[in-house]
Every structure is written in structure tokens, then in C-alpha cells.
Design a protein around this ligand. Structure first.
Ligand code: FES
Length: 148
């Protein structure tokens, strides 16, 4: 094999390896998890980030992800306009199902849950859960809200 052919083949091989997703081609950083691209302002680990321009735009909108349930409770764009709580039900560890805009309660329903209800403060409204949901910190920088 001529040297020129060898170099050409090497280039093709490396390109295929990178396409296959080898970490060595990723520029460092250790993977493709880009679900929380914005670092939290407080230096902790972001559990959930949203763009206030297009997510949770109406009072009562909620999102569950990253171990968090985030609820818009006010019309402004300050931390006080949101509730961020652990989405892990304190009864038996199910992820809570939803936020009910009509009742204003977080629900832990079947098939996993057993009907517990929580206020947006995290306090138990209805059992069988006996302990509140853990609150998290909301930080807003520009249009990015981060829960940590
Ligand atoms: S795990 Fe939520 S009510 Fe049982």
C-alpha cells in the first residue's frame, strides 16, 4: 500500500469511528447528555433547566424531569413565581404524576402512586404520604431558569 493510500484509509477509518460515537472524538466532557446545558448560578448541579421564553409560560404550567416537579405559580419571571420540589413521592418513592391546575395540588396517581396529594409548598394535603416533598432552589439568569 502506498503511503498516500494508507493516510487516506486512516482518515476514513477515523471518520467512521467518530461517527460511531467514540468518546475520544467528542472533545472531552464525557458523553452526550445535553439535557441541562446551562450551569446553575449557585455552582451546584442543575437538576432541571428551562427557557422562560417558551416553557411554563402560563400560571399552572408544570414540568416533571430530572427528579424535579417545577410549577409556575405566578405570572412574573422571578424565582418567587415558581415552585420547585422533588418529584419523588415520600410515600413509596414513585415519581409524582402531575400538577392539577384545578385543585392546585401535585398528584401521585396510579399505576405507581397511591393517591397522595401535595401543595405547591411541598406540604402533604392528602396521604398516604406523611412527609412533604423536598424543596429545591430556583435561580433565574436572563431567560434561563435553573433548579438546583
Ligand atoms: S408512592 Fe406516591 S402515593 Fe404511594
Amino acid at each position: 500500500m502506498e503511503r498516500r493510500d494508507f493516510v487516506a484509509n486512516l482518515g476514513i477509518t477515523l471518520a467512521l469511528a467518530c461517527t460511531a460515537g467514540l468518546a475520544a472524538c467528542g472533545g472531552g466532557g464525557g458523553g452526550y447528555n445535553n439535557s441541562n446545558p446551562t450551569p446553575p448560578a449557585g455552582g451546584g448541579t442543575a437538576k432541571l433547566s428551562i427557557n422562560l421564553n417558551n416553557e411554563l409560560t402560563a400560571v399552572g404550567d408544570a414540568k416533571i424531569g430530572g427528579g424535579v416537579i417545577l410549577i409556575r405559580t405566578g405570572s412574573g419571571n422571578t424565582a418567587a413565581d415558581f415552585a420547585a420540589l422533588s418529584s419523588t413521592c415520600t410515600h413509596q418513592g414513585c415519581t409524582v404524576s402531575t400538577y392539577n391546575k384545578t385543585t392546585g395540588l401535585i398528584e401521585c396517581n396510579a399505576p405507581c402512586g397511591h393517591g397522595s396529594r401535595y401543595a405547591t409548598s411541598g406540604a402533604v394535603n392528602t396521604g398516604p404520604a406523611a412527609s412533604p416533598l423536598t424543596p429545591y432552589t430556583v435561580t433565574i439568569s436572563g431567560n434561563i431558569l435553573t433548579v438546583s
